[in-house]
Design a protein around this ligand. Structure first.
Ligand code: PLP
Length: 395
């Protein structure tokens, strides 16, 4: 059965992912099962998506209840789940307004458009440039890709959109030079995800905020990977005492349902008016109901605190592995967005862990990334670190 499905898939699905040769059939909590009945502890969770784990009953019930009540209606009308979700996000963040869409890339498109429109509204048509970071990742649509500071992501799609300048992450001097009077925004991930789990240096984000304040440029935080409790706080910016003007969310916001959101302060959001941006499915009732259910469980059951404690435990275990295995150069990340940088490529270790029943992934060739559900148990972390100990020992 497995081979048949894989063969079929390789004929009919666009060839944009190199997939592992397993077919996942179901999931519950932190465990997924393939069509052969083999179980895996999921330490990647849809890449930082399923924070409550798989098939969470609250999310399932919210989806089925809302699907039986009102699945979809146009944004020409108000709906209760959308308003409730926006209210929750506004109450829990710096933001005053929320624009809903369907993915991370779309949320970043909205952020880029809003930043530009803030200045064209004032008649400042030449202030459209956006400074982003080298090694950043903002998505695959044309503008989000143009904002992405990785050659390999943009290759083959040139000419990309004009107006994006890149500076090295953590380099304030380069940033100061780049933020010229024609720059409308600085856009960055507070912790770089796909770029290899790179933390900001102490004080860096505060200085970025100051540069924006001095020049009038807007500050956009892409929290698509770091948001919704992944780093041990609801939003990563809370670790650094810095608030952006615009923030983008997706991934864990719907615990697996496709949703993106762009949050903005009133001052920044004011440039969007009826007709200036839109999305047919953005904030559709069934998805916003699932998202709201996710966030309520996180709130009511102390899931972020649980994830933070699990993250500290996990990080210590990884540090212990580093003591033992020279191949580990660095232990990175915060909360349950963790990684180990290896002195050699990590792809075969991902496969070896999969053989032994663990899903992890590898970014930038040599960083093994771990982003399990926030409900991961210490026994499950122990099982993975024992497996890593064995796999690294064979190197
Ligand atoms: N921004 C960041 C920081 C991401 O990590 C990702 C996805 O990995 C995206 C944007 C793109 O999100 P999506 O794949 O939902 O378009």
């Amino acid at each position: 059965m497995k081979n048949e499905i894989i063969e079929k898939a390789n004929k009919v699905i666009a060839n944009t992912y190199s997939r592992f040769p397993i077919v996942i059939k179901e999931g519950r909590g932190c465990v997924v099962e393939d069509v052969d009945g083999k179980k895996y502890i999921d330490f990647i969770a849809g890449i930082a998506v399923c924070n409550l784990g798989h098939a969470h009953p609250a999310v399932r019930d919210a989806l089925s209840d809302q699907a039986g009540t009102l699945l979809h209606v146009s944004n020409l009308y108000y709906t209760i789940p959308q308003v409730e979700l926006a209210t929750w996000l506004v109450e829990k963040s710096f933001a005053d307004r929320v624009f809903f869409c369907n993915s991370g890339a779309e949320a970043n498109e909205a952020a880029i458009k809003l930043a530009r429109k803030n200045f064209t509204d004032k008649g400042d048509d030449n202030r459209f440039r956006i400074v982003t970071m080298e090694n950043s990742f903002h998505g695959r649509t044309m503008a989000a890709m143009s904002a992405t500071g990785q050659e390999k992501v943009r290759a083959g799609y040139e000419p990309v959109l004009v107006g994006f300048d890149f500076v090295p992450f953590n380099n304030l001097e380069a940033l100061k030079k780049a933020v010229k009077p024609d720059v409308c925004a600085v856009m960055l991930e507070p912790i770089q995800g796909e770029g290899g789990l790179v933390m900001p240096e102490p004080g860096f984000l505060k200085e970025v905020r100051e540069i924006c304040d001095e020049t009038g440029a807007l500050l956009i935080f892409d929290e698509i990977q770091t948001g919704i409790g992944r780093t041990g706080k609801l939003f990563a910016y809370e670790h650094f005492g810095v608030t952006p003007d615009i923030m983008t969310l997706a991934k864990a916001l719907g615990n697996g349902m496709p949703i993106g959101a762009m949050l903005a302060s009133e001052r920044a959001a004011t440039s969007f008016s009826p007709g200036s941006h839109a999305s047919t499915f953005g904030g559709t009732p069934v998805i916003t109901a699932a998202s709201l259910a996710t966030l309520k469980v996180m709130d009511n059951e102390g899931i972020i605190e649980q994830g933070r404690e699990a993250g500290n435990y996990f990080r210590n275990k990884l540090l212990m592995l580093k003591e033992k295995h020279d191949i580990i150069e660095d232990v990175r990340g915060i909360g349950l967005l963790l990684g180990i940088k290896l002195s050699q490529p990590g792809a075969d270790m991902v496969s070896a862990c999969m053989e032994k029943g663990f899903l992890i992934n590898c970014i930038q060739e040599n960083v093994l990334r771990f982003a399990p559900p926030l409900i991961i148990k210490t026994e499950e972390i122990d099982a993975l670190t024992d497996c890593l100990d064995e796999v690294l020992g064979e190197k």
